[in-house]
Design a protein around this ligand. Structure first.
Ligand code: NAI
Ligand code: 13P
Length: 344
């Protein structure tokens, strides 16, 4: 069995290594923290990022990216803002780089596939994204996920056996942009849904936010070339449903703390884990404004994160917006994008 490389030993990288190793395939897990490498190889635990999981023997951790040289497939699982820097440390490009991070690069507005292609133009890019809490995957619970392949069906034929396991089921998509936008936008919307819980606004309000947030995801995604069907699948709506309803989501938990009156700095202080939505929200809002795409929920999350207004005021402003048609947002002030599909 050919070994698979995984870059990033946070919760998701560790869970993916565990998934890869679940049929005995060797998984080489690169971590930036030397102490974590020792812990994984010695005690078979990752108490910082994925506590209470016993890591399979077929997972070998390393601090040396040189150990990934010659591998055909590498999964990249560092936080989105570090993707460019981390990939610069990878000397040899593999045939397939599978991107598992969810976010948009601040400062440049690049999606992860663009970041990775710039770092390793010879690698073929795929995006693995969907409703996948790391702990459940590490426990071997049934999970389905989108595997979007820039190399189309040929890449899918090559990669799907490397990634599929009995309880881990990838579904093919040719739509890399759609898979990326679904994962990046849902993190921001999960913060908004957490705010609803933090403020005690009720289940109706949360359902409304999910549906209207999904309309924002569609508007932005379709304007950027994503297919609406991709966004209605695992990597869009599927992930939105998962992370907009559970404090197991770091983004949802951040939103809940904001709704309860904490500042973003307070809610994030001392945390070793990443809440990607906090980094994606400002760059996403900026991209949307420049393109004339209305994303009022994303804007509201930005105002909250920056401390511009307290949660109660942000929600009042959302509720005070002019009444409008549900099925087409062409009447949105500043939205001159064409309507795509009945919900857009
Ligand atoms: N945890 C989950 O359930 C899932 C996470 N993801 C995505 O996977 C990506 C990684 O998230 P997690 O594994 O959950 O991370 P985590 O929150 O468990 O751990 C933080 C990670 O950031 C790394 N890090 C911190 N500072 C760094 C630096 N300066 N340079 C490079 N790396 C640095 C740490 O080494 C660690 O790997 C994110 O984009 C997240 O959205 C996707 C699906 C599920
Ligand atoms: O992306 C995830 C599950 O699909 C994990 O969500 P959080 O990063 O909000 O914990």
């Amino acid at each position: 069995m050919s070994a698979v490389g995984i870059i990033g030993a946070g919760a998701w990288g560790t869970a993916l290594a565990q998934m890869v190793a679940s049929d005995g395939t060797p998984a080489i897990l690169w971590a930036r923290e030397a102490a974590l490498v020792e812990e994984i190889n010695g005690r078979r635990t990752n108490t910082t990022y994925l506590p209470s999981v016993t890591i399979a023997k077929a997972v070998r951790a390393t601090c040396d990216m040189g150990d990934l040289a010659g591998l055909s497939t590498i999964l990249v699982v560092c936080p989105a803002q570090f993707m460019g820097g981390v990939l610069a440390g990878l000397a040899d490009a593999p045939r397939d780089l599978v991107l598992c991070s969810k976010g948009i690069e601040a400062g440049t507005g690049r999606l992860m596939a663009d970041v990775a292609a710039a770092a390793h133009p010879s690698a073929q890019i795929a995006v693995l994204s969907g409703p996948t809490f790391a702990r459940e995957v590490a426990m071997g619970l049934p999970t389905a996920i989108t595997l979007a392949c820039s190399g189309g069906e040929e890449q899918w034929q090559r990669l799907s056996p490397v990634i599929a396991r009995a309880a881990f089921r990838p579904y093919y998509s040719p739509d890399v942009v759609g898979a990326e936008i679904g994962g990046a936008v849902k993190n921001v919307l999960a913060i908004a849904c957490g705010v609803v819980e933090g403020l005690g606004l009720g289940e109706n309000a949360r359902a409304a936010l999910i549906a209207r947030g999904y309309a924002e995801m569609l508007r932005f995604g379709v304007a950027r070339g994503a297919r609406a069907e991709t966004l209605s699948g695992l990597c869009g709506l599927g992930d939105l449903i998962l992370t907009c309803a559970s404090t197991a989501s770091r983004n949802y938990s951040l939103g809940k703390a904001l709704g309860q009156g904490q500042s973003a700095a307070q809610a994030l202080s001392g945390k070793s884990s990443v809440a990607e939505g906090a980094h994606t929200a400002p760059v996403l809002a900026d991209l949307a404004h420049r393109a004339g795409i209305a994303m009022p929920i994303v804007d509201a999350v930005c105002r909250l994160l920056s401390g511009e207004a307290p949660a109660g005021a942000v929600v009042s402003d959302l509720l005070a917006r002019p009444l409008k048609a549900e099925l087409a947002d062409r009447s949105e002030p500043g939205d001159d994008t064409p309507a795509h599909g009945s919900f857009a």
